[in-house]
Design a protein around this ligand. Structure first.
Ligand SMILES: Nc1ncnc2c1ncn2[C@@H]1O[C@H](COP(=O)(O)OP(=O)(O)OP(=O)(O)O)[C@@H](O)[C@H]1O
Ligand SMILES: [Mg+2]
Length: 357
């Protein structure tokens, strides 16, 4: 199976708590219900519980309850006797028997039809069942771990999931946290997957470009760790440089990075405006004050003009023609104004012909 021999990575409090709980329940044979969003590691948790306790080395049998057609579920789970239905050409043990001595992992348990829930309840309660078409009780010694991404308590309330089965499965509840609740683990997971796919794809990428890592950290990851893993496999495949760059991510991740950056920029601008901090060169106009007699309007306007001329020259690297364009005036006009105001521009000399062109 895909998650065999994998470790649960992470250093966030949520993951430490999860690992602690796994350690405790692994030592018992209590039924466990794992609830969490898609891609949060429910199957990984189930395997780790199995592998860290006394059942290690015994069978671990996963069954996806949502993937088996309703008409076949019973015979898949409990097996059948030869001739019990069309196609039953030989006696066949089911998954309960295959898991004997070990763990039966009922994945997507919320998908089970009500009719099957009744039969499952009895088998789980008594550890006894009959093969389809059989008359003998079959007894097994198994641990049950179930998983779902549904709100099973809610399904019980709506009558879609049997309450008695719910309580039977839910002796211990383990919740796998979504990635957005453990953002601190994103960088660590991303680096671990980078190493994994370096090996798998024979690449030697050394890390992430700054904007690529920012995008990863900003993305909300609705598909959780599975989505992160897939995105990195794609990026390592596509990247031809030495580090993973933003361009190797799917457009939704680039877009969400940009969107968030834009939102952050807008927020910063709004805050600056609130704080009344102006980052552009500032012109302070003296307050009109005639108490000391006449003032010189020409001097005041001259100061404004000088400030704008110098800023434009600075922005244009000292090239007067460009500075004139920035101010919406002609080359002739800027030269005239600079001379009039006695401004030394330090111009990178541009000939008049060239600049008038
Ligand atoms: N904490 C973790 N550290 C490293 N890899 C993880 C972790 N959690 C999950 N993974 C990896 O993410 C992928 C998805 O995990 P898993 O299949 O266990 O999730 P799931 O909850 O069962 O998802 P689904 O509901 O889609 O079946 C797997 O490849 C798994 O190995
Ligand atoms: Mg799963």
């Amino acid at each position: 199976m895909s998650s065999a021999n994998k470790k649960i990575l992470g250093e966030s409090p949520a993951v430490k708590e999860l690992l602690g709980l796994i350690g405790k329940v692994a030592a018992t044979k209590t039924n466990v219900l794992v609830i969490g969003e898609s891609g949060t590691g429910k199957e990984l948790v189930a395997r780790m519980i199995h592998d860290s306790g006394p059942l290690k080395g015994k069978p671990f049998v996963p069954v996806n309850c949502g993937a088996i057609p309703e008409s076949l579920i019973e015979s898949e789970m409990f097996g059948h006797k030869r001739g019990s239905f069309t196609g039953a050409i030989a006696d066949k043990p089911g998954l309960f028997e295959a898991a004997n001595g070990g763990t039966l992992f009922l994945d997507e348990v919320g998908e089970l039809p009500l009719s099957m829930q009744v039969k499952l309840l009895r088998a789980i309660q008594e550890r006894v069942f009959r093969r389809v078409g059989g008359n003998d009780d079959v007894r097994v010694d198994i641990r049950i771990i179930a998983a779902t991404n549904r709100d099973l308590a809610g399904e019980v309330a709506k009558g879609l999931f049997r309450e008695d089965l719910y309580y039977r499965l839910n002796v211990i509840l383990i919740r796998t946290p979504p990635l957005r609740e453990r953002k601190g683990d994103i960088e660590l997971l991303a680096n671990a997957f980078l190493q994994k796919f370096n090996v798998k794809l024979k690449k030697e990428l050394t890390g992430f470009e700054v904007d690529a890592m920012l995008a990863i950290k900003n993305h909300p990851w609705p598909g959780n760790i599975r989505e992160l893993e897939n995105v990195l496999e794609r990026a390592v495949t596509l990247e031809n440089g030495t580090t993973v760059s933003l361009e190797c991510f799917p457009s939704n991740i680039m877009a969400s990075a940009l969107q968030r950056a834009a939102v952050a920029d807008a927020a910063t601008a709004a805050k600056a405006a609130r704080d009344n901090r102006i980052t552009a060169p500032e012109i302070r106009l003296p307050a009109p004050d005639f108490s000391n007699g006449a003032i010189s309007l020409d001097d005041i306007l001259g100061e404004v003009e000088k400030t704008y001329l110098l800023s434009a020259l600075e922005a244009s690297g000292g090239v007067k023609k460009k500075a004139a364009d920035l101010l919406g005036i002609t080359f002739r006009s800027i030269r005239y104004r600079l001379t009039k105001l006695g401004v030394e521009s330090g111009d990178a000399e541009v000939s008049e012909d060239e600049s008038e062109a």
